[in-house]
Design a protein around this ligand. Structure first.
Ligand code: GLC
Length: 728
């Protein structure tokens, strides 16, 4: 039987012939492609995608169409031929789905086998295969693991995040897989939430700015460049804003505040052409996102103009009626709300029976089925799946490549946030005699966190990489002068410093919710006590998915470096510890004084331990800007970005128009009877009908020509005040 062509530019004709050959009996030698089969319009790559979709839809049966709306877990597909028999349109690997042996080659072979089965159907519609590559191709042992999103938020570097997206796309493509359930564009507002580390930050600005990951995955135009992978903006809408940070909980906000805080990143992702959106398990004011027609159809597809497809979350449809298992009514509710593809993910036979029943009973209109199919097929055509259905093996070697690991190490460096550095104890001398302790000093699993070769991740040598201790030993002049004991046993005098690498062990989703507090665990506290008793200066490296409650211990530490969840390239932490790279990271979330202070966010008037945007560097690190003796001057431009009956949202851009760096600014305007209800990236005071917004710690420093922005929502119609700006 002739092998299907690999994912290289081939004509539809060749693929069509190859697909037909799949149904032919195994021939002694590949049949030469002689008289080309008639290429049907949907198989003609020279035609516009909308025309191909229309032609294909016209040839599809109802079962073909219902199958395209069905996504199943790879391991639930028994027998594999059901993929064709039930016309399944999508397969996924959930968090614990794997292959054996777990390596890129086996993943690619598995993908190609499934794809060949799918292509052996009358219309030969390829499957689209999705996976959570949320900090690298993390299901695959040996893949490059980048810092989790909270660390990338600390870099404040959209271009770096785009490069990471491109690297992830290459590794994902090297295993055949076409669709990444990333980036999470959640705006984490309460650090007790178990998915805080999946967020780029607590303000809408950071996730919005870092939607460059979408472009990294997809390319500027999906399918126009090499190794495109469909991106997923998730989880729509408000997953990071639930009361108490309860995963899958209820986000209780006015529409104005929901729009102001949680919608902007999705708006930006849609502007970037994101191909899919995954809904959130959570609810908004008691209505589950998977049942919210207003948010999904009216706002996302209507107002934002999203033309990709909406996928439900894992078994989320089952939750709608509060009973286990899914029903026809739940399926109809979700599909009519705007879900185009259902992540079932197991009982596909029951699902398809119920879905067909809802259509034939008239509770789901054929037009809704066709709209869902049009959206799904459009992305499959744009991805090039019909022309290049199989793995492009030229990318398989990129999995865990040296180039990607170097990029990841760069990202680790840029994500480090220095929060304390008494007496300039950092950077450490490479000749120093050091004692290293802590459960996460030599543990690739802890430094990688959840979603690492398994849904929850785990401690220990889970994959290939460099631990923080290995990075330290590689950086110093004489490794024999570095002593390590996980618990701090054996420390005595004579050490220049003790480096304690402590924090959290891996978790994912709700299992990471910490309603009881964010303190260090007992092992860490005991280790730190031993180090403190020795009198040796203590440098703490915190490996965690969020800020932890360390106020009580902080006075005993000479330095504190937030390392977040760096992934496989722990040497990036050592690069900063020894000063090869000065720390440049800025907090992507406010750091609470105590867990009781949660939720604590920029501009909410609370007084955190460290403010959003805070981060130190090394004194003498790089040339300090010489102030030029001219008056500070700035302008403020107000732009209404959205309005609705009785309210509006605005963004104000502050520009340093002088030739001296500003160390702060304030903007004042006449409220004109409106009332500011929410504000971000600034601190608000009002008096005499006028509003004054001052800079936060994060955005006070403005170089000449530099700009920053703040935003607000307000009750009342949008006036067009001319804000005054005063620099300092
Ligand atoms: C999970 C997560 C979602 C993920 C999906 C598939 O429950 O909520 O982020 O993409 O299931 O693994």
């Amino acid at each position: 039987m002739s092998r299907l062509l690999a994912r290289r530019p081939v004509t539809a004709l060749a693929v069509c012939a190859a697909a037909l050959a799949l149904t032919a009996p195994a021939a002694a030698a590949p049949e030469p492609v002689t008289a080309p089969a008639a290429v049907l319009p949907y198989q003609d790559a020279s035609l516009p995608v909308p025309d191909r979709v229309t032609d294909l839809l016209s040839r599809m049966t109802l079962d073909d169409k219902l199958g395209q709306m069905t996504q199943i877990e790879k391991d639930a597909l028994v027998p594999q031929s059901d993929l064709a028999a039930y016309r399944i349109g999508s397969v996924l690997s959930g968090g614990d789905s794997t292959v054996s042996p777990n390596n890129a080659q086996t993943w690619a072979d598995t993908y190609d086998s499934l794809q060949r089965t799918a292509l052996a159907t009358p219309l030969g519609i390829p499957v689209i295969y999705g996976i959570d590559a949320v900090h690298g191709h993390n299901a695959v042992r040996g893949a490059t693991l980048f810092p989790h999103n909270i660390g990338l938020g600390a870099t404040r570097d959209p271009a770096l995040v785009q490069r990471i997206g491109r690297a992830v796309a290459e590794e994902v493509s090297g295993t055949g897989i076409d669709w990444d359930f990333a980036p999470c564009l959640c705006v984490a507002r309460d650090d007790r939430w178990g998915r805080t580390y999946e967020s780029y930050g607590e303000t809408p600005e950071l996730p919005s700015a870092l939607t460059t990951f979408v472009t990294g995955l997809q390319g500027d135009t999906l399918g126009a460049g090499p190794a495109p992978v469909l991106a997923t903006a998730k989880h729509y809408l408000g997953d990071g804003g639930t009361a108490g940070g309860v995963d899958q909980g209820d986000t209780r906000l006015s529409e104005a505040d929901l729009r102001a805080v949680h919608l902007p990143p999705f708006k930006e992702a849609v502007r970037r052409g994101v191909g899919s959106v995954m809904l959130s398990y959570s609810s908004w004011n008691g209505v589950r996102s998977h049942a919210n027609t207003y948010l999904v159809t009216d706002v996302l597809k209507g107002e934002l103009g999203f033309t990709g497809f909406v996928v439900s979350d894992w078994a989320a449809v089952d939750q709608l009626d509060g009973q286990s298992g899914f029903t026809g009514a739940e399926i109809a509710t979700a599909v009519n709300a705007g879900v185009d593809m259902v992540m079932v993910p197991h009982d596909y036979k029951k699902f398809l029976t119920l879905l067909r029943g809802e259509v034939t009973a008239g509770r789901i209109a054929p037009s809704r089925i066709d709209d869902a199919n049009r959206r799904i097929l459009t992305q499959k055509f744009r991805l090039g799946l019909f022309e290049r259905p199989l793995t492009d093996r030229s990318y398989t070697a990129t999995v865990g490549s040296a180039a990607h690991r170097e990029l990841a190490r760069q990202a680790v460096r840029a994500s480090q946030v220095l929060l304390k550095n008494d007496g300039g104890v950092l950077p450490l001398p490479k000749s120093a005699r050091l004692f290293v302790a802590g459960k996460s000093a030599d543990d690739i699993g802890n430094q990688s966190g959840g979603w690492t070769v398994g849904w929850q991740g785990r401690s220990g040598p889970v994959t290939d990489g460099t631990t923080i201790l290995q990075g330290i030993r590689a950086a110093v002049t004489d490794p024999s002068r570095v002593t390590y004991d996980r618990y701090g046993n054996g420390i005595g005098s004579g050490y220049h410093a003790a480096v304690a690498v402590v924090g959290e062990t891996p978790y994912a989703e709700g299992r990471g919710d910490r309603p009881g507090g964010l303190g260090l665990d007992q092992e860490d506290l005991q280790t730190l006590a031993r180090l403190k008793a020795s009198g040796v200066p203590v440098v703490v490296v915190l490996v965690s998915g969020r800020p932890l409650d360390v106020s009580a211990q902080l006075p005993d530490w000479k330095a504190l470096l937030a390392a977040w969840l760096p992934g496989t390239e722990g040497a990036g932490v050592a690069d900063v510890l020894f000063g090869d790279h000065a720390p440049t990271g800025k907090l992507p979330v406010s750091w609470p004084r105590t867990s009781a202070q949660e939720p604590v966010n920029d501009g909410d008037g609370k007084d955190p331990l460290f403010r959003y945007g805070y981060g130190l560097t090394y004194s003498g690190a790089g040339p300090t800007p010489t102030p030029t003796p001219t008056p500070a001057a700035c302008t403020a431009r107000l732009r209404t970005v959205a309005s609705w009956p009785g309210g509006h949202q605005a963004e104000v851009t502050v520009e340093n128009t002088g030739s001296a760096a500003l160390t702060g600014w304030s903007v004042t305007w006449d409220l004109g009877g409106t009332r500011v209800t929410n504000l971000w990236n600034g601190s608000l005071t009002t008096a005499g009908g006028r509003a004054t917004v001052r800079n936060t710690a994060a955005n006070g420093l403005l170089p000449p020509g530099g700009t920053t922005s703040f935003g607000f929502t307000a009750e009342g119609s949008a006036a067009t005040p001319a804000p005054d700006c005063a620099g300092s």
